[in-house]
Design a protein around this ligand. Structure first.
Ligand code: AMP
Length: 199
């Protein structure tokens, strides 16, 4: 199964992604995690993206696309994956569709965690106290939310138009949200997919 999880920063995508991926036996692939690991290890990629990420901005599409396609070409991703945090721009979404076309595959479902902005800000401020992430101060959080609404919301519309979108209430406990995600995937397993290559 090839899945994408969408939602604003702080919606709990990472937590849900790893649980869902575990149950389905597929790797959860998070671009944010890949970037953070590279920053920590001070790799050339990490050095290049550090300032961008700390300012709450998006890493350029060509950099991000290449990293994701390399990762999706690894053997453990052969039979499926759960993408977390990618695609995040319409151009990335098209690049991913092209990647899938050349392999005669496609996304099966797009899960969207819905959490109101105010809740997201509260959650991220709390997370910054616990994890000390340098992109979690209030100014950067607001910037990340603004960019999310501008650039990433159109991706849910694309997914909706293609009949792939499964929106889930992202408020509540981790277990509650997880149960909703699994129910949404199971319910839609009975929905016939739309033809491939139709926008
Ligand atoms: P995340 O952990 O998914 O919230 O990602 C943390 C940060 O990494 C984001 O605020 C962006 O700066 C960067 N990032 C992650 N994924 C992408 C992407 N698909 N495109 C551009 N930048 C990204």
């Amino acid at each position: 199964m090839r899945l994408l999880i969408l939602g604003p920063p702080g919606a709990g995508k990472g937590t849900q992604a790893s649980r869902i991926a575990d149950v389905l036996g597929i790797p959860a692939i998070s671009t944010g995690e890949i970037f953070r690991r590279n920053i920590k290890e001070k790799t050339p990629l990490g050095i290049r993206v550090k300032g961008i990420i700390e300012a709450g901005q998006y890493v350029p599409d060509e950099v991000t696309n290449e990293i994701v396609f390399d990762r999706l070409s690894e053997p453990d991703a052969k039979n499926g994956y759960l993408l977390d945090g990618y695609p995040r721009t319409v151009d990335q979404a098209w690049a991913l569709r092209e990647f899938h076309w050349t392999r005669d595959t496609d996304l099966d479902h797009v899960l969207e965690l819905e959490v109101p902005d105010q809740k997201v800000v509260e959650r991220l401020l709390k997370r910054s106290e616990i994890e000390g992430r340098s992109d979690d101060n209030e100014q950067v959080i607001r910037e990340r939310l603004k960019i999310y609404h501008e650039q990433t919301t159109p991706i849910s519309s694309m997914a909706r138009d293609r009949g792939l979108l499964r929106s889930v209430d992202g408020e509540g406990t981790v277990d509650q949200v997880f149960d909703r995600c699994m129910a949404a995937l199971q319910q839609s397993a009975n929905v016939p997919p739309r033809p491939l290559r139709v926008v």
